[in-house]
Design a protein around this ligand. Structure first.
Ligand SMILES: [Zn+2]
Length: 483
């Protein structure tokens, strides 16, 4: 695969990137980056200036940031109405005009965009001529259908600039080296964007996509790696296997960034303990350019790049926004993309909104809570208790020595049967006993047994398989038919 960044004039790009202009010692690089973008837009647009004035970076408050987002939302409605056949039709059918979207709650008037809409005809979302497309991305297709997204040169720069600000936010400096550990899985390659972000921002990066633990460790030593980013389950697995062999604290790693899959707290504790540094979560969607949110040192939620993305959390039944702290489905709008911008795009991920300020010092930028799982991975067991994969993650991965697991749910007469296949380092009998104890301790499981709706839980323990690692795109397989 050709590195798309080769076709960029790097020197020119550098002068355009906000993140490279920031002082190394800026206390909150990501919020400063977002504030600067809002301030620049106010300078350009008299319509926005009439609402928020001309704030300097640092003076943008929550209200001004929201106004900026609504302003960009209206812009994207107009832009897609002129250029994307899908949205052209949609605005015509609904008769919705951008000027009708004046408040945050007005957004609920706008119909949601379904992932299947995008999968069926990605070209109906394309807003520029094909010659302006610098890069097309395909999603990994965890929920079945593959989707294609198109990025212009501005889009690519617009993705890597905030990544570089976010890396600075978690403490990355010019003399640090970031090891990028995403095993290359077909067309899905976030490492490429990350490597580009580092290159353009003058930060050091090593792309290490192999799954071999010894090779990863060797590269860390050779390159004096100080930070790591990669698939959560991959870094966790590497950590458990590597710590059997050596003292990982001697590597002097400053931070781990765990990406693309949720990190249970038990896993965070294990990782932080092994490496002697902080482990932070990152969450994004390919449809939104991958890098949308990152945890701060307070670990109380994920900060959102709200200059480029407008998140909403809705009750999928009513379509209304949920209150702060309440669970719902995450909906995303890309506020800056030119290639294939998406408005109110369903993620099917479950989270909850958190309003600023944050204890880390962010004042205007909002957060979302840790992703609890996907709506289509939500499982009902026993008496109809809703169970998210994260619940089993917390329990099973909380057992020392567990690298990963798969859960199959079947019917056994009228009862549900849960079978866990657990990858474990250590004595299999101890592993089995402890995993069983952890699962049985869950309230949801206890109530299932009390009501006689669960068959005895099966746990099979297997030793780690070095070569056979596959990313856990789906931990739970539900074979029951009635739900
Ligand atoms: Zn924070």
């Amino acid at each position: 695969m050709l590195n798309p960044l080769k076709s960029l004039a790097i020197a020119l790009a550098r002068t355009k990137l906000q993140s490279t202009k920031m002082d190394e010692e800026t206390p909150h690089p990501l919020e400063e980056w977002i504030q600067t973008k809002v301030a620049m837009e106010a300078r350009r647009s008299s319509a926005l200036r009439r609402v928020i004035g001309s704030p300097k970076p640092g003076e943008v408050d929550r209200k001004a940031l929201r106004e900026y987002q609504l302003h960009r939302f209206r812009h994207q409605m107009l832009y897609t109405g002129e250029n994307a056949p899908f949205y052209q039709r949609r605005w015509k059918e609904t008769g919705l005009k951008p000027e009708e979207i004046r408040t945050f709650d007005d957004l609920c008037k706008v119909p949601l965009t379904e992932p299947s809409d995008l999968a069926e005809n990605p070209f109906e979302f394309l807003c520029v001529s094909q010659t302006k497309v610098m890069r097309a991305f395909s999603t990994s297709g965890t929920s079945g259908q593959r989707k294609r997204l198109f990025y212009t040169r501005n889009d690519v720069l617009g993705v890597i600039d905030p990544i570089s600000a976010a890396l600075k936010n978690v403490g990355m400096r010019k003399n640090d080296t970031l090891q990028i550990m995403f095993p290359a899985i077909d067309a899905w390659d976030p490492g490429l964007m990350l490597e580009g972000a580092c290159k353009l921002a003058g930060l050091n990066a090593v792309k290490a996509s192999m799954i071999d633990v010894d090779e990863q460790l060797r590269l860390m030593k050779v390159n004096h790696t100080t930070m790591m980013i990669g698939l959560t389950s991959f870094i966790y697995r590497l950590t458990l296997l590597a710590k059997e062999k050596e003292d990982l604290r001697s590597y002097g790693i400053k931070a781990l960034i765990l990406s693309a899959e949720p990190m249970p707290e038990a896993m965070r504790r294990e990782l932080e303990n092994a490496w002697g540094c902080k482990a932070l979560s990152q969450y994004g969607m390919t449809e939104m350019g991958l890098a949308t949110t990152i945890e701060c040192n307070e670990k109380d939620g994920l900060h959102i790049n709200e200059a480029d993305f407008l998140p909403e959390v809705i009750d999928p039944k009513t379509g209304e926004h949920v209150s702060e702290g309440e669970d719902g489905e995450l909906i995303w709008t890309s506020l800056s993309f030119e290639g294939s911008p998406l408005l109110r795009y369903r993620s099917y991920d479950i989270s909850f909104p958190i309003e600023p300020p944050c204890r880390c010092g962010f004042r205007a930028v909002g957060m979302i809570g840790k992703i609890k799982g996907r709506m289509d991975m939500q499982t009902k067991v026993g008496f109809g208790e809703k169970v998210f994969p994260l619940l089993f993650d917390e329990a099973v991965l909380g057992v020392k020595g567990v690298l990963g697991y798969h859960l199959t749910i079947d019917k056994d007469g009228y009862k549900d049967r849960l079978s866990f296949n657990v990858e474990y380092i250590g004595d299999p009998n101890t592993g089995k006993e402890q995993v069983l104890g952890a699962i049985s301790g869950l309230d949801e499981i206890r109530s299932g047994f009390e009501n006689d709706l669960l068959a005895p839980i099966e746990v099979k323990v297997v030793p780690p398989d070095q070569k056979g690692w596959v990313p856990k795109t789906r931990t739970i397989v539900d074979n029951r038919k009635q739900y």
